[in-house]
Ligand binder design. Sequence first.
Ligand SMILES: [Fe+2]
Length: 186
Amino acid sequence: MSTNDPLRTFVTAMTHVVERHDGNEAALLDAGASLLGGLVASDDWLAEAYAVPSADRYRQYLLHLDARERFSVVSFVWRPTQRTPIHDHLTWGLIGQLRGEEVCEEYAVTEIGISKAPRFVHRLRRGEVDRVSPRIGDVHAVSHGGSPGAAISIHVYGANIGAIRRHTFDPATGTVKEFVSGYDNA
Ligand SMILES: [Fe+2]
């Protein structure tokens, strides 16, 4: 990886953002969203190995893990019709759309679980950046947006997202399950 690699440049800048805005999530998300918007403005840097979809389910490839696990960078790759379960993150997150489009259904957290239906549905288009966190809204389901080909987004989370214990939700039954997502690369 050369020093001109956009991902490497992003990681260096994001490391500074995480250090500078430690303890101020709103400022961190503002600065990080600006950086991530710059990264996904061009689609010429993601290694092909981390852009490969799979027939059975969406894929998540770890691109970078901070040495102190203060943040992780992951590529998510969807084929048409693929979607995540409804899930939480339990940390701040930024989602930048690199290729294609995705649909995000946001759920409200209630005293008994989550809302029966999404409180808000929006489409993430190429170059756009979305945000999640327990402070601003942390439960959603994400699906391929319907255009031809794979949809790819670049995610940044304030933890080693593949290793932390999180939850999926079934609004029909109220069932909450723990899961650890892992990564699809080693
Ligand atoms: Fe998510």
